[in-house]
Design a protein around this ligand. Structure first.
Ligand SMILES: Cc1ncc(COP(=O)(O)O)c(C=O)c1O
Length: 470
């Protein structure tokens, strides 16, 4: 393997700050191996320092706003200030924008779909490369048109422009991912913003995969490339405590009723009239997730102190290293193209994606993800598959291994070249011994994964469940 030329300290600092980085897991042969986590696009692990900070903060945790004790004063300040830290991290305007705290990207996009005030006949342009969370919410509120992708999964920018032109002025929003969770492909969202604005539409960037891996700035409101709305999840950026963000122009959230109403959303309630509160309160119904907000803000502050640019450069270097390694293997089919974040999907010719995922887990303690990654249309397109009713039957019978899919490795800046080497060696080994692996694994309906015939996975898992008390 080619050694990486630069070993940057922010990477190492981040790695040593990962809670659980030294976990060992049982593998075939009765040994334990360090767990290699390559599923960062799903959720990232928490940070030790943030856990310590949270431990201190939790002594002061209480309900926010209008509590009169010290705890409520401290919690209110922490909660409110978290919004400002999040805004700053993505270059939102502190006056013109508001940060609405939600659970995750899915909730953020659903919220926006209700709050945009779409009318019958309005069109939302989304794309064939979206996660279901940036597709299904729009189907419920508007006519949805899809921008196509090419065989490598890249957006057809010409068609995007044509759709904007053809449907002018009915396109109200272009809803597009900053980076794909399937190919990692990075869209030029600022250029898309400029196009959308040129046709009187606004843009939502689904930042679930972009914000954790890239420096990002929404740009000033006066800029033609300004991002109107941004959604992202804390749990994908080292803050897995149920807090995400929807950021957008304050004026929009000053209008209309929120889709969830109740405590916290109002200034005054009379029997016949409700006077809604100001943003973001109007859109944060009920008692908020104060620890989640604290964790997200503290994590963003930490990442900023390390330098997002440095971290993303290192992730890019690791990604190229991984792609080169997989690219040398003739049995491997790689999907997508550049530019991309550290998401790399592949298949091994003649082996089920689910089987490859299981082998990586039980032979080497490597955690990846397999299947369609909540982007079934995009995966089908890349695999040149059509919509097939049999697939629904497989799903209902929990025969997930029969469904089309891919194996996804998703890196973060704390991963290492050494981890990638271990992975590449095993992929090589799998490719050379396909039949032996096929024969020594069986599908477990109960676990929804392949398991080695002679490892006794159930009892090993039982041991771990007991350790975590479940
Ligand atoms: C691109 C993209 N958008 C949206 C989502 C949904 O994120 P969440 O599950 O945090 O709501 C994901 C999750 O994987 C994603 O990758």
């Amino acid at each position: 393997m080619f050694p990486l030329q630069v070993v940057n300290r922010p990477n190492a600092a981040l790695r040593s700050n990962i809670h659980g980085i030294d976990l060992k897991v049982p593998v075939l042969g009765g040994k334990k191996k360090p767990f290699i986590f390559f599923d960062n696009a799903a959720s990232t692990p928490p940070l030790k320092t943030v856990l310590q900070q949270m431990d201190e903060f939790m002594k002061w945790y209480s309900g926010v706003h209008r509590g009169t004790g010290y705890k409520s004063l401290v919690s209110s300040r922490v909660y409110d200030h978290s919004h400002d830290v999040i805004a700053e991290f993505v270059g939102a305007d502190p006056v013109l924008d508001t940060v609405v705290l939600v659970k995750n990207t899915t909730e953020a996009i659903n919220k926006l779909s209700y709050r945009l005030g779409l009318k019958p006949g309005d069109i939302v342009l989304t794309t064939e490369m979206e996660h279901h969370s940036n597709d299904l919410p729009w189907r419920q509120q508007a006519r949805v048109e899809y921008v196509q992708v090419d065989a490598h999964g890249r957006l057809n920018m010409e068609q995007l422009q044509n759709l904007l032109k053809k449907n002018y002025p009915r396109v109200k929003l272009v809803a597009v991912c900053g980076a794909s969770n399937v190919t990692g492909h990075i869209n030029d969202v600022h250029r898309i913003a400029e196009l959308a604005h040129g046709f009187g539409a606004r843009i939502l960037v689904d930042g679930a995969q972009l914000i954790p891996h890239h420096c990002f700035n929404m740009k000033p409101h006066s800029h033609p490339q300004h991002i109107d709305f941004l959604a992202f999840s804390g749990h994908k950026i080292f803050a897995p405590y149920g807090c995400g963000a929807l950021i957008g122009p304050r004026w929009l959230f000053e209008q209309g009723a929120p889709e969830y109403s109740g405590g916290g959303t109002v200034n005054m309630v009379f029997r016949d009239t409700v006077y809604w509160g100001s943003p973001p309160d109007r859109d944060e119904a009920g008692s908020p997730n104060v620890p989640g907000a604290y964790a997200l803000a503290a994590t963003l502050q930490y990442l900023k102190s390390l330098g997002m640019l440095q971290l993303s450069r290192n992730e890019q270097r690791l990604t190229s290293y991984l792609m080169e390694g997989l690219g040398r293997n003739r049995e491997v089919i790689l999907y997508g193209s550049t530019p991309r974040v550290g998401v790399v999907t592949f298949n091994i010719k003649g082996l089920s994606h689910a089987l490859v995922g299981a082998i990586l887990c039980f032979e080497a303690g490597i955690g990846v993800r397999t299947g369609c990654f909540c982007a079934q249309g995009y995966v089908r397109r890349l695999l040149e598959e059509t919509e097939n009713p049999d697939h629904l039957q497989y799903y209902m019978k929990r025969e997930l291994h029969k469904l089309p899919g891919m194996v996804r490795v998703s890196l973060a800046a704390y991963n290492t070249e050494r981890e990638i080497d271990i992975f590449l060696q095993l992929v090589e080994q799998i490719c050379q011994n396909k039949k032996a692996y096929r024969d020594s694994y069986q599908w477990s309906e109960q676990l929804g994964t392949y398991v080695p015939k002679d490892l006794g996975v159930e009892s090993l898992l039982e041991e771990i469940y007991q350790r975590v008390g479940f």
